[in-house]
Write a protein that binds this ligand. Structure first.
Ligand code: SAH
Ligand code: SF4
Ligand code: F3S
Length: 458
């Protein structure tokens, strides 16, 4: 019987991608994945430290998994950003954890698991790799066979100094992957049937792996068979004319951009150390709209940042009204270890929690009405959808996304991987609903068995 691993992933696309690489390396070591904790021989929690709530989720999950360990001797590992932030302190708080693994140390996973399985003492692997010696783990294309969409890592870490953010402390210095490796991984994935690739990195548009980010998009865009290209997350700092031209000139690049603004007040933006003004942000958005009229934007906003006044917050509301995002991810400010904002909280003025929550609710109500209007505008139109599989809400229907990244549930008969035209008859603030009215392009035929497996850094 192969041993089974359950991976519980919190956080962003970087963590999702790291979880996929960890699973692949364990599968090569004889494990199989499971989605039932009760039958797992190893539980791996891949953690996020971005807000205090995210960190608390680790400790409540560990409490649950500890009983599995008591009952069945399940091995327990903690990976990701809390692992990197807490290192050995995590073992002091939860001594039953078998290993702590930082994001730079994924290659050590199979060995750590073998050591834990043979009863060796708990270990902590959280050393930083310097940019020259770091080898980006590569997707195992054979294991991706049958997938329609995939994340491909372009860079890791972050050299920005946003005063609220823990990521530079958990993911280290910005390091770009050499562009030929990015292109080769995309080619491999497309070779096994993947049709849509999202290039990922905390600050992906600062890519510098032998070419700049617009040049990387153009190179990846040339991979034959790739139908859709996306990227996330971008910082307004590096959002320039070269990138805007890519949206206008590359048909494969989807008209969707996630461009976090964080606040509409210049005073708050300066305290956040975001190095742009609200006007500069809106000018970049206007230039993008001029080049790509149908582009859909999404963003992140923090409310209740230290010192945020009612007038600052209203500036955020006005900006959101003007930009008209498809969707907005908004959060209450959370004080994080090692950040500059934490040091200045008292001086700038802590915003009481009730005020933070009240502002968050107002912002979310405004965004809901904008989302509702934007999605309703699609009713009666035909949209192109990449079929991803059965709908989660109704297994008799299909599900996929438009180029603008709007989720569509629809009735139809196309195979996963096909591009279809869907007539929209209903909309909610978060998804569209309709019926398939035609095939744009059939799903890719099963990939040829001559596919060459390139060496994998595990
Ligand atoms: N690299 C991305 C953001 C990564 S974190 C960027 O620069 O845009 C994702 C989002 O979490 C951020 O955009 C921010 O809105 C939110 N976030 C980060 N730190 C936070 C904190 N301390 N409190 C509340 N929200 C935070
Ligand atoms: Fe954090 Fe700022 Fe880097 Fe984004 S750009 S990861 S918010 S420090
Ligand atoms: Fe969270 Fe780490 Fe991503 S802190 S948002 S998992 S980079």
């Amino acid at each position: 019987m192969p041993r089974k691993v359950y991976i519980h992933t919190f956080g962003c696309q970087m963590n999702e991608s790291d979880s996929a690489r960890m699973l692949e390396s364990l599968v090569r070591d004889g494990w199989v994945g499971t989605d039932a904790t009760a039958e797992a021989d190893l539980i791996l929690v891949n953690t996020c430290a971005i807000r205090d709530k995210a960190e608390q989720k680790l400790y409540s999950a560990l409490g649950r998994y500890r009983s599995a360990k008591r009952a069945r001797g399940t091995l327990l590992g903690v990976a990701g950003c809390v692992a990197q932030q807490e290192k050995g302190r995590l073992l002091a708080r939860a001594p039953y954890v078998d290993f702590v693994l930082g994001p730079d140390n994924l290659a050590a996973l199979p060995e750590l698991v073998r050591a834990a399985a043979s009863g060796k003492p708990s270990r902590v692997e959280t050393a930083w790799m310097d940019s020259d010696s770091y080898a980006f783990p590569r997707a195992d294309a054979e294991q991706a066979r049958g997938r329609i969409t995939a994340f491909v890592t372009a860079m890791k870490g972050c050299d920005n100094v946003c005063s609220f953010c823990v990521v530079p402390h958990t993911r280290g210095r910005e390091t770009s992957r050499p562009y030929p490796d990015v292109v080769a991984e995309v080619r491999d994935l497309v070779g096994v049937g993947v049709r849509e690739v999202t290039l990922i990195g905390q600050n992906v548009n600062s890519f510098a792996g032998g070419c700049d980010f617009p040049a990387l998009l153009r190179r990846v865009g040339e991979v034959p068979g790739l139908r859709r290209l996306r990227f996330t997350t971008s910082h307004p700092h590096d959002f320039g004319a070269g990138l805007i031209r890519c949206f206008a000139e590359l048909p494969v690049l989807c008209p969707h951009l996630h461009l976090p603004v964080q606040s509409g007040s210049d005073t708050v933006l300066a305290r956040m150390r975001r190095d742009y003004t609200a006007d500069a942000y809106e000018a970049a958005v206007a230039a993008l709209h001029a080049a790509t009229p149908h582009v859909a934007l999404t963003s992140d906003v923090i409310v209740g940042f230290p010192g945020e006044t009612e007038a600052d917050f209203e500036a955020t509301l006005r900006l959101v009204e003007r930009v008209r995002y498809d969707n907005l991810y908004s959060f209450v400010y959370s004080s994080r270890p090692h950040t500059a904002a934490r040091l200045h909280e008292e001086a700038w003025g802590v915003v009481p929690y009730e005020v933070q929550v009240e502002r968050l609710e107002r912002l979310q109500a405004l965004q809901r009405s904008i989302s509702r209007e934007r999605m309703a505008a699609a009713v009666g139109t035909d949209v192109e959808v990449l079929v991803e599989g059965a709908s989660r809400t109704d297994p008799d229907r299909l599900c996929g996304h438009t180029p603008q990244n709007r989720m569509v549930n629809f009735s139809g008969s196309a195979m996963p991987g096909a591009l279809v035209s869907v007539r929209i008859d209903r909309a909610s603030p978060v998804s569209l609903s309709g019926r398939e009215i035609g095939l744009v392009e059939a799903a890719a035929p099963p990939a040829a068995s001559s596919h060459v497996r390139l060496p994998v850094v595990a």
